[in-house]
Design a protein around this ligand. Structure first.
Ligand code: ING
Length: 318
């Protein structure tokens, strides 16, 4: 039986440091209404969608950063999103900063069913940047200060969506650059990867490894490869534009299991992109080129989990 889904990436433009959650939620409600008008059944909002990308701002005392975090979901500020989801019958992915009751801090994403129930939660595993103030950097990227590595792994669940169901999984921003994240989801037969990102358009480390003109290419390369090599769809949604003078790139995309870009945002502002997914494409990939059971040889992959860093190879002795 064919399983079709209409997917949407709800890209957000900049959220300034001084702007409250009501501003972001108001803009997200307008995007959700557009998604409803265009027949979307799943909407993916960005990473840290409720606030500015605050890891660019240093705080000596972490408690002074608590206002950037959600201690409950839904909250008064986010309840309108849950109401809209119920009203339109739309499931949505939301990225936000999570402060748990016992004081743990995570860069988190949830998938919320139209009923308002949280179907899946994920906490960002790969945290880029640094922990302490770095005077060399033109812009700080303090995700290792403000968040702990995720403790939920990369879960996949088969979730009811609209009149069908899909194997859904999530990752967040930097995770997309690590093939291990995609493969752990692929080994659970993921069919729809939802991922939000906030990616600076210039290289704050200024060491030049990643040339500016390749920033977007590397983002798309990572997502297209991940989707193709794990026979899944991916909805990758940016928060974009200039936040208090600091630029984030947009270029949100929806990718199919062939690695093709089905839709791409062309602005760096609030923008909805939509694509029709035939989930049967995932099964085709899993039964042919990427039939893991037939083709993978885990006995040769032990370095992937045995090692953290790379090791220099032995020198050839001739
Ligand atoms: N941002 C960036 C990302 O991975 C980054 C950080 C940019 C790392 C470019 C390496 C190269 O897209 C977040 N929030 O992870």
């Amino acid at each position: 039986m064919t399983r079709r889904l209409t997917l949407a990436a709800a890209q957000l433009g900049p959220i300034q440091r001084a702007e409250g959650r009501d501003v972001a939620v108001g803009r997200m409600l307008r995007l959700m209404e557009k998604a409803h008008q265009r027949g979307a059944q799943v909407v993916v909002f960005p990473e840290l969608a409720l606030t500015t990308f605050f890891p660019r701002w240093y705080e000596e005392d972490l408690a002074q950063a608590n206002h950037w975090y959600e201690t409950a979901l839904p909250s008064n500020a986010t309840a309108p999103l849950f109401e809209a989801a119920r009203r339109y019958g739309i499931g949505f992915h939301l990225g936000y900063a999570e402060l748990t009751p016992d004081g743990h801090r995570y860069n988190t994403a949830v998938y919320v069913h139209p009923s308002g129930q949280v179907v899946l939660k994920y906490r960002k595993v790969h945290l880029p940047g640094h922990r302490d103030f770095d005077p060399v950097r033109r812009v700080q990227h303090l995700e290792k200060r403000y968040f702990e590595p995720g403790d939920l792994g990369f879960p996949v669940i088969r979730a009811p969506i609209a009149d069908t169901e899909a194997n859904i999984g999530m990752m967040i921003c930097n995770d997309r650059r690590w093939p291990e994240a995609w493969r752990v989801l692929g080994l659970q037969q993921v069919e729809l990867v939802m991922l939000g990102y906030n990616t600076p358009s210039i290289n704050a480390e200024n060491k030049g490894f990643e040339a500016h003109h390749l920033r977007v290419a590397h983002s798309h390369l990572s997502i297209q490869a991940g989707a193709y090599q794990n026979a899944c769809f991916a909805v990758a949604t940016a928060k974009a534009g200039t936040e208090d003078g600091h630029e984030l790139f947009g270029h949100s995309i929806i990718v199919n299991p062939q690695g093709e870009i089905m839709a791409q945002a062309t602005s760096w502002d609030d923008e909805l992109i939509v694509a029709e997914a035939d989930l049967g494409m995932c099964e085709l990939g899993r039964r042919t080129i990427f039939d893991f059971a037939r083709h993978r040889r885990p006995e040769h992959y032990t370095r992937i989990t045995a090692q953290t860093g790379s090791e220099a190879p032995p020198r050839w002795q001739g």
